[in-house]
Design a protein around this ligand. Structure first.
Ligand code: FMN
Length: 370
């Protein structure tokens, strides 16, 4: 029987976790196949066509803003029906270290949402798990020191390995799990169920786009283009021999972590300008829309209700478009100018180390990873 391991990864944790799951399945006679879900890569739909009855899909991805990455959700939504396909889901989370203890990450709504889409397509869920590995959000906080990273990697490896063994046993209809029962399942309490979808939607709609605007390549960039070539969301364009981040960014932090020169930073100037402009636009869109409606209707009176809300939203969306296009082009031009270049390329991440899972090299065959 065949297991298709389909994964999205920023810095290799998800891939590493799936390799641990594969070990458990392979020990029980399963044959593993691998597919990286990335923009412009082979489609998940065609890879799934090679599976037969009783085969298995194991889907893996990191939690990004309590959500599955956008390319994963898009790949799932575009699938045809999957009647009877057995599917397991693994989410790599970001562990934290608190008072000498390693604390598990929290994937919010990521796993339930992915499972819901799979079930809607007719798949049969056979298990799900969160595996906590080192946090890779270098854009906002420095990676943990080596000892903490080793402890976290060992925690995630253990969780993934155990899941693989339980999955193999459950699928064989014996072992530690009762036949037919999912081999582990991610459960959510009522607060998580209420808040998770909101936070996830907020990250996918606004958060990842805002974060993409904060990236800048500093003077040590050699224009090698590695960031653009290996971005799993194809969100980086080389313009004027420097990378520029588009709104397709998923926020996976592969670029900042893998740049060989550590040239990618969170720009102070962008942080102030982009956040400042967005907060101002958010607060001013409502009053500006009301004033416009009042002027248009020729009344001196107050204008409110759904019309004003829709107009405010339209104004904010207009600002977002402006921000993605002309405003961003102005910022990039300033960054390249002699006068402002160094101001824009300065960022607090210059002091940070970088993170990648041990041995991870994007683009290399999965079996090359030690
Ligand atoms: C933008 C961003 C958002 C993140 N959000 C979460 C989160 O909601 N929950 C969590 O546990 N970890 C979160 N993390 C941490 C990653 O999910 C974690 O480090 C994961 O193991 C990375 O896997 P990868 O190396 O396969 O990309 C986030 C990381 C980034 C860069």
């Amino acid at each position: 029987m065949k297991a298709l391991f389909a994964y999205y990864t920023g810095t290799g944790n998800t891939l590493r976790a799936l390799e641990k799951v594969a070990e458990g399945l392979e020990a029980s006679g399963w044959e593993a196949e691998w597919l990286e879900i990335r923009a412009g890569g082979p489609s998940l739909g065609s890879a799934l066509q090679c599976l037969r009855e009783n085969d298995l899909l194991v889907l893996g991805f990191p939690a990004l803003g309590f959500s599955a990455p956008r390319p994963v959700l898009r790949a799932l939504r575009s699938l045809p029906g999957l009647p009877g396909l057995r599917a397991a889901v693994l989410c790599a989370c970001g562990a934290t270290a608190a008072k000498g203890r390693v604390v598990n990450g929290w994937s919010g709504t990521a796993v339930p949402e992915a499972l819901r889409i799979l079930v809607r397509k007719g798949a049969v869920p056979v298990g799900s798990v969160e595996a906590s590995y080192p946090e890779n959000w270098t854009q906002v906080s420095p990676p943990e020191d080596e000892a903490a990273r080793a402890a976290m990697t060992s925690l995630g490896d253990g969780q993934a390995r155990e899941f693989g063994v339980r999955l193999a046993a459950a699928l064989a209809g014996g072992g530690t799990d009762s036949p037919g029962l999912p081999a582990g399942s991610v459960r959510r309490g009522p607060v998580s169920r209420a808040l998770g979808p909101l936070l996830a939607r907020g990250f996918r709609t606004f958060g990842r786009r805002l974060l993409a605007r904060l990236f800048v390549a500093d003077g040590s960039c050699t224009s090698c283009g590695l960031c653009a070539r290996t971005c799993p969301s194809a969100a980086i364009r080389m313009t004027g021999a420097r990378p520029a981040w588009t709104t397709a960014c998923s926020g996976c932090n592969r670029c900042i972590n893998l740049c060989p020169e550590r040239a990618i930073q969170t720009s102070y100037a962008r942080l102030v300008l982009v956040l400042g402009l967005n907060v101002a636009a958010l607060f001013l869109s409502g009053p500006a829309a009301r004033a416009l409606l009042e002027t248009a209707s020729g009344r001196g009176g107050r204008s409110g209700g759904i019309g004003a809300f829709a107009a405010g939203l339209a104004l904010y969306l207009g600002f977002s478009l402006l921000q993605a296009g002309p405003l961003d082009a102005v910022l990039r031009a300033l960054e390249r100018s002699g006068a402002f270049g160094s101001l824009f390329s300065r960022g607090f991440t210059q002091r940070f180390g970088r993170y990648r899972a041990p041995g991870f090299q994007p683009g290399r065959n999965v079996r090359d990873v030690p």
